[in-house]
Design a protein around this ligand. Sequence first.
Ligand code: ATP
Ligand code: MG
Length: 391
Amino acid sequence: MYKAFLIKYGEIGVKGKNRYLFEDALVNQIRFVLEDVEGEFNVRKEQGRIFVEAQTEYDFDETVEALKRVFGIVGICPVVQMEDNGFDDFAAQTVGYLDKAYPDKNFSFKVKARRARKNYPLDSMEINKELGSKIVEAFPEVTVDVHTPNVEIQVEIREKIYVYSETIKGAGGMPLGTNGKAMLLLSGGIDSPVAGYMIAKRGVKIDAVYFHAPPYTSERAKQKVADLAKLVSRYSGSMRLFVVNFTDIQLAIYDKCPHDELTIIMRRYMMKIAEHLARENNCLGLITGESIGQVASQTLQSLAATNEVCTMPVYRPLISFDKQEIVDIAERINTYETSIQPFEDCCTIFVAKHPVTKPNINIIKRSEEHLNEVIDDLMKQAIDSVEVIEI
Ligand code: ATP
Ligand code: MG
């Protein structure tokens, strides 16, 4: 029934001169998600609207699912396009469309027309009235209700005529790339993929960094992180995943620092390396999946200690979320099943039985002095040997 979709976008409509940048970013991302859908599509802009037109047979549900992953879209409207062959033809085609779309005629409706092409012989009020009476004539059971109709039949008169009556809710947010890029610290857990998704929703492109510790963490654990990156990229677009070999740094910390401070010190070095990679790759911030009080390393004192090594802003979109709220999003964006696969991540190998929960930054710094002789070389090695995976 539908060969096209009219895409409605929200916030980006108000960005003045930058508007075309926002629209172009949206068009690009629509094309990106449609690569996974069978069928050929034409995506084009026309005066404050974006149209997605199927050029071949296509799967309606799959297409809608893909479009629902595009940030910046507020509404996806399956639309019927008609050539302008006069009002009678247009009214007849609209009646035919309604007949197919609403087999049960027990509904109230109103027509809401917009005449974008000013030389059309009827103005929008006249279209509302004339088309309304043709519909009532064709289906005596339906009623007109201009205040709270069950069905709002929207008409746009442009070069062609567009009729639609359904709006499927889009993802909201802003188009990718319109707000720069940030570096996601991506572990194999539940939280960090969700954190990346949430920041991407505001138009931020994402690269990711994963710290692994072979042989303490397996190749399979690394593959799991790559799988998660792939799942996040269904929303956030293509990304680079930087894999840092963290083993020697972890062993040095294990060797030379008090064991109850291992996690905090390790996390501080993760942040330092992540910030370095972020700067090298034009990222303007870091993203983590931290949430206050979730574990010992996420108390306010621990977060302060971890934060202290960075000068870049660290975005923590889950900071006030309960675990269940995070799980709900993970399930919705389809990362949960992968996140709960049981592979050790590097944090779980070197955890102390009784980690400090209220680290004092000065004491931590003093402990880190034990690393003075080796840490610069180890950091350099870790950074020089980074593996880059294109996702
Ligand atoms: P997650 O579910 O995201 O793994 P978590 O509850 O396991 O989080 P932590 O292990 O304390 O929490 O990690 C806090 C944050 O630090 C993670 O959300 C992630 O952003 C980052 N992080 C932790 N481990 C790694 C790692 N091995 N590689 C990259 N980032 C990591
Ligand atoms: Mg984790």
